[in-house]
Write a protein that binds this ligand. Structure first.
Ligand code: FAD
Ligand code: MLT
Ligand code: ZN
Length: 556
């Protein structure tokens, strides 16, 4: 009976021309490069119907602007926990060999960039000094907005000669404190370098400046019938240069591989101002999160947009079922599988309580686990049949206990909003200790349970992530930051991950947060090699000081 109703539902699955861009959509207000504005148009749509085991998704009609309003990350929003980077900062000494900005420096930069691209006003500096989580805060007195590679080159040449520390900054959405200064380093934001340089409609090769916002590139390509090979919740603010520098993972890695695999070439400026033109010639060369050079241009291979996209949101009773479901999805959905994301009950509860306009697509009860599956293909009929066969089989086999299939693009968007809204929900819930771990898939949930046992009622452990990539986002949420809670989490989380042959930084990078923890994931020889490369390319260590490498190796 359930199956029949499911089949009826499956027949009604609408094909989506492309996966929607879910909120949070941060658009940049160009008058202030690190303040977020909001896209506000359109309506969330609802449709009726219930089809048993796998149901059609019932949405509530709600103004999208209302929905997004609540997602505004306006500075000063009272719901968001603020923690200035205090206790760790005291452990790092400002390196006295760095010069401090003087009036001659300001004059030089104004002559070079023009007055309006040299920002010293409080508002601009406040925003540029603070990261997205509002957890790390620097005290830079100078924000520079270059418009060309030549200007970046002159900035770095000058800073190198004066021994001024520099922080390259993209959309400032990084989650490890890499994008903001630790002390008074000069901030160089690439946001004004935002032009598409060329697009080859045959090969799909896109060449753009580094400051292009990911979502702008997505929109540009959409008109050409192509997509970006990466997608992440911060797409409305993060820049392609920042994505490349962090080697961002995200929601499409399962299908298109890491950004490494898709970046064909780079133009970058080294610390001494030399321009390295490797556009279109090399496979990607990761620049170590802005510590080896500033990426100014990117050449990237983009896949064609496929016409048939389906999104299913499913419930599982235990983590083993999620794992088995993943295996099954790979077998049965094969080449059309484009995302396999999971969240646990705590994550769902958080989304429902803190994300405006989000409602539970499976409202009868909270389930222990949820899985979001997306398929993307070019043959509607065959894709539909594949998904249907997979869902029927999984339901019969007991791998899923409930589920919905999006009936249109709005419903698909609503489902994605739950998953992509989780970082924001955590911010609204209070303080969050965030860990981004690569762990063999079968062990992913072990650490979550161990952490829960360890912390008891003192904090809430929230788990979600890119299950298909073996990437767990382990979040410990508490009302406020508390060193006693932190002492229970660390070094346990790093030791556990290292013991289980995982990585302490699956996709977010090391930044400031994990610079001292690098040995949990890299051998001493590998770290030494990284330090040697750093010394070679940036002998004065002006680029992103105090980040990525431990202090002992950063300033020999
Ligand atoms: P920034 O945050 O400005 O900088 C990040 C690092 O790159 C810094 O060290 C900075 O110095 C360096 N950098 C920036 N631009 C340049 C440049 N042009 N040249 C050299 N160095 C540069 N990350 C993922 O991997 N997967 C996800 O799914 C994901 N989802 C996210 C969802 C949300 C809601 C948020 C807030 C963040 C998410 N992130 C994710 C983290 C972050 O968005 C990515 O790391 C992103 O790639 C950073 O890009 P950005 O332009 O904001 O860079
Ligand atoms: C995500 O997958 O949502 C991001 O990596 C951000 C996070 O870890 O919270
Ligand atoms: Zn992620």
């Amino acid at each position: 009976m359930k199956m029949d109703r499911w089949r009826a539902s499956a027949r009604r699955i609408l094909k989506l021309s492309s996966r929607p861009n879910p909120a949070p959509r941060f658009t940049r207000d160009h008058s202030n490069p690190v303040r977020y504005g909001i896209v506000s148009s359109g309506l969330l749509h609802c449709s009726g119907g219930s089809c048993g085991g796998i149901r059609c998704y019932l949405g509530h009609k709600q103004s999208l602007s209302d929905h997004l309003q609540a997602r505004a990350f306006a500075l000063g929003a009272s719901l968001i926990q603020i923690r200035c980077f205090g206790s760790i900062a005291t452990k790092i000494q400002r390196n006295p060999k760095f010069a401090t900005i003087n009036s001659d420096d300001i004059r030089y930069f104004r002559d070079l960039l023009g007055e309006k691209n040299v920002k010293q006003d409080e508002d601009a500096l406040l925003a540029a000094n603070m990261d997205w989580m509002r957890k790390y805060k620097g005290s830079s007195k100078l924000l520079l907005l270059p418009r060309s590679t030549e200007e970046v080159s002159q900035i770095l040449k000058y800073c190198n000669s004066r021994c001024l520390g520099v922080v390259p900054q993209g959309g400032n959405t990084g989650l490890v404190g890499g994008s903001v200064p630790v002390f008074d380093e000069v901030i160089v934001n690439l946001g004004s370098m935002n032009k598409v340089i060329s697009f080859d409609e045959v090969s799909g090769i896109l060449v753009s400046e580094a400051g292009c916002i990911l979502e702008s590139l997505v929109n540009f390509l959409d008109n050409k019938g192509f997509i970006m090979p990466l997608d992440l919740g911060a797409k409305g603010s993060c820049q392609i240069g920042g994505n490349v520098s962090t080697n961002a993972g995200g929601l499409r890695l399962l299908r298109y591989g890491s950004l490494h695999a898709n970046v064909l070439g780079l133009e970058a400026v080294l610390a001494n101002g030399d321009v390295l033109d490797m556009l279109g010639t090399l496979r990607k060369d990761n620049t170590g999160e802005g510590s080896l050079g500033i990426v100014t241009k990117v050449s990237i291979l983009t896949p064609p947009k496929l016409s048939s996209v389906n999104v299913a949101f499913l419930a599982c009773t235990d983590y083993l079922s999620c794992q088995k479901l993943f295996l099954e999805a790979r077998r049965k959905l094969g080449e059309v599988l484009s995302a396999f994301e999971f969240l646990d009950e705590q994550a769902m509860d958080l989304a429902l309580n803190h994300l405006e306009g989000v409602r539970n697509p499976l409202p009868t009860a909270l389930h222990k686990f949820y899985v979001l599956i997306e398929t993307t293909g070019s043959d509607e009929q065959s894709d539909k049949e594949k998904l249907e066969a997979f869902l029927v089989h999984s339901l019969e086999g007991g791998l899923i206990s409930d589920g919905v299939v999006a009936q249109d693009i709005q419903q698909a968007s609503s489902v994605w909003n739950i998953r992509e809204g989780l970082p924001e929900a955590l911010m609204k819930a209070g303080a969050v200790y965030k860990y981004d771990l690569s762990i063999p898939v079968e062990k992913i949930y072990d650490i979550v349970e161990e952490m829960r046992n360890k912390l008891g009622h003192s904090a809430r452990v929230v788990a979600y992530g890119h299950l298909g990539d073996g990437n767990l986002h382990l979040n410990i949420s508490c009302p406020q930051y508390d060193d006693a809670v932190l002492a229970q989490i660390e070094p346990f989380v790093y030791e556990w991950t290292s013991k289980n042959r995982g990585s302490i930084s699956a996709e977010h990078g090391l930044g400031l947060m994990k610079a001292e923890k690098i040995f949990y994931s890299k051998s001493p020889a590998a770290v030494q090699l990284m330090a040697s490369v750093k010394n070679l390319l940036d002998p004065n260590h002006i680029l992103n000081p105090y980040k990525v490498l431990p202090q002992s190796l950063s300033f020999p």
